[in-house]
Design a protein around this ligand. Structure first.
Ligand code: FE2
Length: 381
């Protein structure tokens, strides 16, 4: 509320635009740094983007080492292995190149470069942030997908002892987020669509949150409009640099907005990811309109949905906006259901139990009761 204390931060330096990745190596040179650990994954290494970055560094006289052993759900072992390479090869900075996984892994290697293990000690749920000091090497993030926005975030999610563990510290924020649409053009249409919808849902869930944060609300609404106006082009014409660039920016904006928090949509998507290894953005997309319908009975949310009519070019009525979201999902090629992806009804109870225990669930402005998640899942099977 406007009459209460709040603390906000929007501190990330962003270098945006076609060619930003190449220019960024010159900025690192000016910092006087000598050798970088490039943290990426096998897919990015295979398409040659990691080597391209290494070549750009070489052109300005900076040495670098590629570490690509990062799983799609990064583990403590990945983090420790990368940290070891960082130390053994005498690097003095880290740059993460990829989707959310390499960025989260790189962020955590930055912590482990100057902090003792085990990683469990830094579990945010156990107050681990108090052990993270501001003595870490420079860290840069270059996203190759437009969705997670991890490049402007202060936390990472790492699999520690088979448990998703959040490591958080304001000192983990990348020193520079490099948003270069040229390196996202090779992302296939299905992944472009799924990651882009994730960016939209970040903004939507932040926007309906009742916390007093008008700056985040403004950013969220603008980011949603950018998603609506650009995702279809990015999906159907992947080499459109303007559409790719707008989606990269919308993704970063969504992550800035969701400092307010996420809600039920993400709580359910997290469970689908854990139980079925479903792509995070796709899981969010499949339940999106049913979660919106579920939330309609809370008046504050209904009004927020209605206010989005303008960006869809429909009347400012919540139901019309939900119809428009449905049409938009189909236009970007997402018209699947849970059954198509192998989800069985006998898992619904477990999925509901997981969602109700997810940290996003209690943040949903409409209080979620037992049976509610199962009712939503039944509508999208
Ligand atoms: Fe997400």
């Amino acid at each position: 509320m406007a009459d209460k204390r709040h603390s906000y931060s929007f501190p990330t330096r962003i270098e945006y635009g076609p060619g930003a990745m190449k220019d960024f190596t010159g900025i690192v040179k000016e910092e006087g740094l000598k050798k970088g650990l490039i943290v990426t994954d096998k897919g990015i290494e295979k398409v040659g983007t990691a080597q391209q970055l290494k070549d750009y560094f070489a052109e300005v006289g900076i040495d670098s080492v590629i570490f690509s052993d990062v799983k799609s759900n990064p583990t403590e072992e990945n983090v420790l292995a990368g940290t070891q390479v960082y130390k053994e090869t005498n690097c003095d900075f880290i740059v993460a190149l990829g989707g959310g996984s390499p960025i989260d892994a790189g962020k955590t290697m930055k912590v482990m470069a100057t902090h003792d293990g085990p990683l469990e000690k830094y579990d945010d749920m156990k107050g681990g942030d108090k052990y993270i000091e501001d003595n870490m090497p420079p860290f840069y993030a270059i996203p190759t997908t437009a969705g997670t926005g991890s490049e402007v975030g202060r936390s990472s999610v790492i699999n520690v002892n088979n448990k998703k563990t959040i490591i958080f510290s304001p000192f983990m924020m990348p020193d520079i987020a490099v948003l270069d649409p040229l390196i996202t053009v090779s992302l296939p249409p299905k992944l472009t669509a799924a990651t882009g919808v994730d960016a939209f849902v970040h903004s939507l869930e932040a926007y309906i949150m009742e916390t007093f944060h008008p700056m985040a609300d403004g950013i969220a609404k603008e980011a949603m409009e950018m998603c609506i106006n650009n995702l279809s082009t990015a999906v159907h014409n992947g080499s459109d640099i303007k559409a790719r660039g707008n989606m990269l920016m919308a993704s970063a904006m969504g992550a800035i907005a969701f400092q307010k928090g996420l809600g039920l949509n993400h709580a359910i998507a997290h469970g689908l990811g854990i139980f079925y290894d479903m792509h995070h953005g796709l899981a969010n997309a499949i339940v999106l309109t049913e979660v919106m319908k579920y939330n309609l009975s809370r008046d504050t949310i209904r009004k927020r949905y209605a206010s989005l009519g303008d960006i869809f070019g429909v009347p400012n009525e919540a139901e019309k906006v939900i119809e428009a979201v449905d049409a938009w999902l189909i236009s970007v090629g997402i018209d699947t259901n849970l059954a198509d992806l192998g989800v069985k009804e006998d898992k619904f109870q477990a999925l509901e139990d997981y969602a109700l225990g997810d940290p996003c669930c209690p943040l949903n402005p409409k209080k979620v009761e037992k049976g509610d998640v199962i009712a939503i899942l039944k509508k999208v099977i």
